[in-house]
Design a binder for this molecule. Structure first.
Ligand SMILES: C[S@@+](CC[C@H](N)C(=O)[O-])C[C@H]1O[C@@H](n2cnc3c(N)ncnc32)[C@H](O)[C@@H]1O
Length: 483
């Protein structure tokens, strides 16, 4: 694979080298994608924030914008796989900017339908202009080697043998860090769809909208071009177009919200709590930026206006008239909640040093701070930024917050413990630990409050999955304070 001749052509070696970051090339899409990949690598930029800005500023639209997006996001998702192939095809460690260009070229060669001569030629042109002639020669040589095989041929060469190391193999084959593959395998609990999950994580999620009841309707979103969703009675899928252009979204009567986020909030409102609805007091304890609070606020006020779902308990639709308090420890996030909700009382408050008296709430939503491993498909680079070292610290915070959430509900009241992560150390282990230490709470079968959704696991909690439900991998446990 590696030849000595490449050594001279490689990396920084000699030749005229000009570095002109941001200098436009005629290939605007590749230029923008390169800038995004560089910014993510060099200064921890967020691709999903930077790319739309670059496209706007440079007037890149239509097919070019779609190409830039696929190039940047696909390259970032597949970094682990591409780096393994690049290493096999290079005789030296490329400088960071050269490596980013190689990653971009590798993505085109291995996962896009770009003809090989175009993938190599355009990447070499970009490197010549942006980095230098010596680097361009090196990139040309490495990309030609990469293009000599398909991704299916490369994987068995660069990945561990699946028989010896199935997790290591999947990590390289599906572009995920090994520790995340291992955490997903544990959370799936022996089912054989781990590769499907990793594939789903590599696909761009559908834009899902929520029509907040009493303020908007799925019908209104359908008129704006969305399709009714699979599970949530308040959700609609927007297959194309900018959600910000929809009047209901612009007026915060509707919003972009993953379907599982809607369903976990809805499940909390469906648990009977044996108190007149208009006496009920609800708390969203970690509410920022306000997605779930926006839906809870509307249901608390107007009620669950959807047709009762087949299999739902009679009277399971909340009739409305309750009050919601929404809290977040960060002032700027509490402000976002205030902008999203209409009737809720919003406070900046620390859930572990409660600003409220114990035992006053009927329903508490605890959407706990977590690793966010369940939403990796939303941020292409996120999987490479996370590391497992924070999980123990987060676990301590999650346990304390769940303890104070249980303290906050009155006997007979209910707590929804939610994470946007399927990692067992953030989900079942936290719930089991907290319940083991106290005898005033019990776990309900959360699946019973989501009769419209199957495949949520063995219970009593409910675990959503991107490959099964098309949602984020959201976890829900429902805990009742014993009367
Ligand atoms: C997963 S996010 C919540 C997302 C939100 N429920 C939604 O649907 O938009 C977790 C939130 O918890 C907040 N948080 C972290 N520690 C907290 C604490 N001790 N008390 C209250 N909020 C906290 C964070 O600021 C963050 O906004």
């Amino acid at each position: 694979m590696k030849t000595r001749g490449d050594q001279e052509a490689g990396g920084r070696g000699g030749g005229s080298r000009t570095r002109r970051p941001g200098k436009p090339t005629r290939d605007q899409a590749r230029n923008a994608a390169f800038d995004v990949v560089r910014a993510v690598d060099e200064r921890d930029a967020y691709a999903n924030l930077l790319l739309p800005r670059l496209l706007r500023e440079r007037g890149i639209t239509g097919r070019d914008a779609a190409l830039a997006t696929e190039l940047a996001y696909g390259t970032l998702r597949g970094l682990g796989t591409y780096d393994a192939v690049i290493e096999m095809c290079s005789d030296r460690t490329p400088d960071p900017d050269v490596r980013d260009a190689l990653r971009l070229g590798a993505h085109q060669l291995l996962r896009m339908r770009v003809p090989p001569h175009a993938a190599v030629g355009t990447t070499v042109d970009l490197v010549r202009l942006r980095i230098g002639a010596g680097a361009a020669k090196f990139v040309n040589a490495v990309l030609r080697r990469i293009g000599s095989r398909t991704i299916e041929e490369w994987v068995p060469i660069v990945a561990p043998d699946p028989a010896d190391d199935p997790v290591g193999h999947l990590a390289i084959a599906h572009g995920h860090p090994r520790w995340i593959v291992s955490a997903f395998r544990d959370a799936l609990g022996g089912s054989d769809d781990l590769a499907d999950l990793l594939d789903a994580d590599n696909a761009r999620p559908l834009v899902t909208l929520v029509a907040r009841p009493g303020r908007s309707s799925v019908g209104e979103l359908e008129e704006a071009g969305a399709d009714p969703a699979r599970y949530s009675p308040y959700a609609a899928y927007l297959r194309e177009g900018d959600p910000g252009q929809i009047a209901a979204v612009a007026e915060t009567r509707a919003a972009v919200q993953d379907e599982a986020s809607q369903l976990v909030a809805l499940a909390l409102t469906r648990v009977p709590v044996d108190r007149p609805a208009d006496d009920e007091l609800w708390l969203d304890m970690c509410a920022g930026p306000g997605g779930k609070a926006g839906l809870l606020d509307a249901i608390a006020t107007y009620g669950d206006l959807a047709e009762p779902t087949a299999g739902a308990e009679p009277g399971a639709c909340f009739p409305g008239g309750a009050r919601l308090v929404a809290a977040d420890v960060q002032y700027h996030r509490a402000r976002l909640v205030w902008q999203t909700t209409r009737d809720a009382s919003v406070v900046t408050a620390d859930g572990i040093e409660p600003a409220w008296r114990p035992g006053v709430f009927d329903r508490v939503m605890l959407d706990a701070p977590c690793t966010g491993l369940g939403a990796l498909r939303r941020r292409p680079e996120a999987r490479w930024r996370r590391d497992p070292s924070g999980i123990a610290e987060l676990g301590k915070l999650q346990r304390r917050l769940l303890g104070t959430a249980l303290d906050a509900v009155r006997p007979g009241g209910v707590v929804a413990y939610v994470t946007c992560s399927p990692h067992l150390a953030e989900t079942r282990v936290v719930v089991d630990d907290v319940l083991r230490r106290r005898d005033d709470a019990e776990q309900l079968d959360a699946r019973a409050f989501l009769p419209e959704v199957d495949g949520l696991g063995d219970g009593p909690h409910a675990q959503f999955w991107p490959h099964r439900h098309g949602t984020d991998a959201m976890f829900l446990a429902l805990l009742r304070k014993r009367p």
